[in-house]
Design a protein around this ligand. Structure first.
Ligand code: SF4
Length: 774
């Protein structure tokens, strides 16, 4: 079964609204499970048991239920970390427990039984052929041909890592060690960050995300850094500026559940604003095809209508500052006629949409770009966020709210010796925050930093920057210049392949860990991933790896991380939730529990702690520090004779994209054949544009950009704006996974980061391009 747009909606909504009895989701789960069957040709038979856990394959934080089978038969199985070297069929002894299915947990508040195709396919990660099964040491120099590896023991691997880190620290250069994480959410990431601060490095840097620009924008406008969440469930009118609400943005299954409710109630309006007719756009009440990069102008054009027609919320505006200056700007520069020329959307449509948004209560404007894995333009965020202030939706039910922090017990004070203090006083290698310092990561600057020789050691934890940073190949070349590279990963990927030492970490189905607050969901939440089984016995919890390294390092590093293991740390942290007496676990108030152990037991039984948001009182400054939001045209909007088209990236719910795990192998079978045909990736082009270029459906073509070229085929799509090329992210791996390698091309290789003039963050989802018939 192909999971096309309609199929996906039925799948996720069906699950979300509790109709998993419909054949569609079960069929798909079975289809996804076939991949596991490749490793287990004889279906597992035996008594079943069920375990609740939490999915970590995206920031959606869904509760899941695994079905385990006691399998006494023994089976043929493929195993290995590298198909060319280790892949083999072998008879395994009887497996005591085998996971055979992942479904949504109906009692989890985030997804209430729903699950998406990615989450249902999580077993592919557990049983994948690309798992790293032992610590590995490179035996040939990096940057010189295919990596060659030698299996080593954990003791040997940790001795090498400890020796390198110690040597650099003793030379007084702890700041020359950098660490790349996928994000800083969760206790494992916080523990790693703490390790490096105690060591003396300020250089723990995260992969790009939409939250980077939100952090800066919110700091300027409201004096807080977020995280931002949207009460979509209670909103009657949603203006989504490109957020892939039904395709992976925020908490995808939660969004689907909300969408299902909207359909039932028939009193909600979704307006999707983006250049192509995505799944979200095709299911919206209205799709506004805006010129790529003109979203900020559109938001300000709508703001102009709301202000000049007096439709704004006066009590909300009374809580804001800088309104008069903002009003003057709108009146002088953003009348609908002028905005129409910039955006390509008729002035009348801008006006009617703005009026409907202003008079329908509650309404919310959502800032986003696809799944939100790209940092963005500050002017765009501020313009869209200002719309929320105009209609009184900041802090309001049905509007936009700040997600509350999970009240974990606070970390103890960090012990820092003289070496650490000296290291921490050095500037961050990524230039952190540009003109305005807000601590956000500037990962796009790492290529230059690594090339410059400023980094003596690079540690990459569950991230794949050699694949998923813009101009990925250039980053990979820069990594080759770093004297020592360590990768912690569950699967061999492009970045691990560039490392000196690779450490196998347990997958989310094999380790105990917190999953805090589903992205963009208004309430705070926390549930646990559980060590359901140990398919790779040598894989370790990354938190335990860093605690071991801290003990070996000793001194202030050791005393800053005194826990015996990650479980002890997690249990101590959970004690803070009990002490706060806040929130509920399952259907019980935390305040009614007798001890922290009761809370711990509930979490370990798969229950979720959650806490409602606090509504009320939101205001902002329209003109923070003289930075009235205004259109700062991104350069790729400008016409170019050499590159007359615009290459715009988009995401696919079936592809894990750039998160800690890469694309799940067998899910490529569920990718529509308008995206991937055998090994060829298809780009979407408007038929009118294709005709002008003498291209027809399926033609081979080259996408040429300033930084490189990609070989593709053409899919004609009336849902694509003329002169725009839509290219999917997440394919084109070269990680030696037999199911992924060579399938399509990697769009990240040619995406060109442009720097936001205020934040210095990379704005990189669009790139000038031309399409050439081959
Ligand atoms: S939406 Fe995200 S968290 Fe939920 S099941 Fe899918 S991948 Fe997992």
């Amino acid at each position: 079964m192909k999971l096309d747009r309609r199929g996906f909606l039925k799948f996720a909504v069906g699950g979300a609204i509790g109709t998993l009895a419909t054949p569609i989701p079960w069929d798909l789960i079975d289809e996804s499970a076939k991949f596991t069957d490749l490793w287990a040709p004889e279906p597992a038979k035996g008594p079943s048991s069920f375990v609740h856990s939490t999915c970590r394959l995206c920031p959606g934080g869904c509760g899941i239920t695994l079905r385990l089978v006691e399998d006494k038969s023994g089976r043929d199985e493929w195993r290995g970390w590298h198909h060319k070297e280790f892949i083999q069929r072998r008879r395994l002894p009887a497996v005591p427990l085998r996971a055979v299915k992942i479904a949504g947990n109906p009692d989890h508040p985030v997804n209430r039984g729903g699950i998406c195709p990615l989450g249902a396919a999580g077993l592919q990660l557990l049983y994948g052929t690309n798992r790293v099964t032992t610590p590995l040491k490179r035996t040939n120099p990096r940057g010189e041909g295919e990596a060659a590896w030698e299996k080593i023991t954990w003791d040997e691997a940790l001795n090498i890592v400890n020796g390198k880190l110690r040597e650099i620290r003793e030379a007084g250069n702890p700041h020359t060690v950098a660490c790349i994480l996928d994000n800083k959410k969760g206790l494992t990431a916080e523990l790693i960050d703490r390790f490096f601060r105690a060591y003396g490095s300020p250089n723990v840097i995260t992969m790009p995300s939409q939250e980077d620009v939100e952090t800066v924008g919110l700091s300027l406008m409201q004096g807080t850094g977020g995280p931002l969440a949207y009460d979509l469930e209670n909103s009657k009118y949603v203006l989504s500026f490109g957020a892939a609400l039904l395709e992976g943005w925020g908490a995808p299954v939660h969004n689907m559940m909300v969408f299902g409710k909207w359909q039932e109630a028939n009193e909600h309006t979704l307006v999707q604003i983006e250049p192509n007719c995505s799944i979200t756009a095709s299911k919206a009440d209205k799709w506004l095809a805006v010129k790529p990069g003109a979203e900020a102008a559109l938001a300000l054009g709508m703001a102009n209508v709301i202000v000049t027609e007096g439709l704004y919320d006066r009590s909300g505006i009374a809580r804001c500052q800088g309104f008069e200056g903002f009003k003057a700007l709108l009146e002088s520069e953003y009348n609908p006629r002028k905005v129409s020329e910039i955006t390509g959307i008729p002035a009348a449509v801008i006006a009617t949409t703005a009026r409907a948004f202003a008079v329908t209560k509650p309404a919310v404007a959502v800032y986003g770009r696809g799944q939100g894995v790209m940092s963005g333009n500050l002017a765009e965020f501020m313009s869209i966020y200002s719309l929320n202030a105009l209609v009184g939706s900041i802090g309001a039910r049905g509007g936009v709210v700040m997600q509350r922090e999970v009240p974990f017990k606070a970390w103890p004070a960090l012990a820092t010796d003289a070496v650490a203090l000296q290291g921490l006083s050095q500037p961050r290698i990524d230039g952190e925050g540009g003109e305005i310092k807000h601590g956000v990561s500037m990962a796009h600057n790492l290529t230059a930093a690594l090339k410059s020789g400023a980094v003596n050691a690079l540690v990459v934890h569950e991230a794949n920057p050699c694949y998923a940073l813009p101009r990925a190949r250039k980053f990979e070349e820069a990594v080759a210049k770093v004297p020592f590279v360590l990768a912690l990963t569950s699967c061999m990927n492009e970045t691990a392949r560039s490392a000196d030492i690779v450490l196998p970490v347990a997958s989310y189905l094999e380790r105990l860990e917190d999953v805090t607050s589903a992205a963009r969901v208004p309430y705070a939440s926390m549930s646990l991933t559980r060590p359901v089984l140990a398919n790779v016995p040598e894989a370790r919890h990354p938190g335990d790896v860093f605690l071991t390294l801290a003990r070996a390092m000793g001194g202030s590093v050791g005393s800053s991380l005194p826990w015996d293991n990650f479980e002890a740390l997690l249990k101590e942290k959970v004690g803070g939730i009990f002490a706060s007496r806040r929130g509920r676990i399952g259907d019980q108030e935390v305040a009614m529990l007798g001890s922290s152990d009761e809370l711990w037991e509930g979490l370990n039984a798969g229950k979720c702690w959650y806490e409602e948001p606090i509504f009320g009182g939101g205001g902002l400054t329209f003109n923070p520090q003289g930075r009235t939001p205004r259109l700062e045209p991104v350069s790729w909007m400008k016409a170019s004779r050499e590159y007359p088209m615009l290459l715009v990236a988009y995401e696919n719910i079936n592809i894990a994209n750039r998160r800690a795990v890469d694309t799940l192998p067998y899910l490529t079978k569920n990718i529509d054949n308008t995206v991937l045909q055998k090994h060829d990736l298809l780009v979407r082009v408007n038929p009118e544009t294709a005709g002008r270029l003498r291209l027809v459906e399926g033609d081979a073509a080259t996408v040429q950009c300033p930084s490189g070229r990609l070989s593709v085929r053409v899919h004609m799509d009336v849902g694509m704006m003329p002169d725009v090329i839509g290219i999917p992210l997440g394919l084109g791996h070269s990680n030696d996974d037999p199911f992924l390698t060579g399938k399509g091309v990697n769009a990240y290789e040619v995406l060109e980061p442009e720097l936001d003039p205020v934040t210095g963050l990379a704005v990189w989802w669009g790139t000038r391009a031309k399409l050439i018939k081959v």
